[in-house]
Design a protein around this ligand. Structure first.
Ligand code: 5RP
Length: 222
């Protein structure tokens, strides 16, 4: 079985009847969403907040009950993917461009469970370019300011135009190689005017579900 599928499907074991859930974005959590839809058909009672328009569409088509973030005060659990995870459970997210909504949803969630394949569990964050969501206005200036933090930002593009997020913003993919202090960098980035949010998730995840090539699933808990 695919390593992403292994991790994604395992995550549904943490879902209980009556829960309010955050539904992440990407090709790993996709498997979670498929399994959840099967369980909903069998009577599982859940309400979910999607973290992107694409997840919203998939979940809606599968008949998973959705609710808007504005209509709720808290979530019991969010299940999401990540691009890198370090042993402190700090994350880089946003490879799929949904980092802002993902962080907002995770921030009101009692628990954040991350599903990944084993290639994403790393000793240090930063080999994967850190996605930073910025407003389009004056984006070159924002990019220059971000580069002073020790990276080389690249504007994400799609079909030769800037990639536009669900929130109408741009993404800079910032290569740091090795992020020594994710918490400090997270704050420094978010202090720059023009930055909306960055893909560092610090002290947010409590459970990591890892699909291994050997066919096993490893569960790490804080
Ligand atoms: C989207 C994300 C995704 O969770 C992350 O990119 C992992 O995606 P995938 O499971 O497809 O590898 O942060 O913004």
């Amino acid at each position: 079985m695919d390593t992403k599928q292994l991790a994604g499907e395992k995550a549904v074991e943490y879902v209980k009847d009556g829960m309010q859930l955050g539904l992440g974005t990407g090709s790993t959590v996709y498997w979670t969403i498929l399994k959840l839809a099967e369980l909903v058909k069998k009577g599982l009672d859940i309400r979910c907040v999607p973290t992107s328009k694409s997840t919203e569409k998939i979940a809606e088509n599968l008949g998973i009950p959705l609710v808007s973030l504005s209509a709720i005060n808290h979530l019991d659990l969010t299940i999401d993917g990540a691009d890198e995870v370090n042993p402190n459970f700090d994350l880089i997210k946003g490879g799929g461009g949904a980092l802002l909504r993902e962080k907002m949803v995770a921030s009101i969630s009692q628990r954040l469970l991350i599903v990944i394949d084993e290639s994403k569990y790393v000793s240090h964050l930063g080999e994967f370019s850190l996605p930073v969501e910025i407003v389009p206005f004056g984006w070159e200036m924002t990019s220059k300011q971000i580069s002073r933090l020790g990276c080389n930002p690249r504007l994400r593009t799609k079909e030769n135009s800037p990639f536009v997020t669900d929130n109408g913003n741009y993404i800079l993919d910032c290569y740091f190689e090795k992020i020594q202090n994710p918490s400090t960098l997270n704050s420094a980035l978010n202090m720059i005017p023009g930055v909306v949010e960055n893909g560092l998730f610090v002290h947010m995840a409590d459970t990591i579900v890892i699909g291994n090539r050997s066919g096993n699933v490893e569960i790490l808990k804080k």
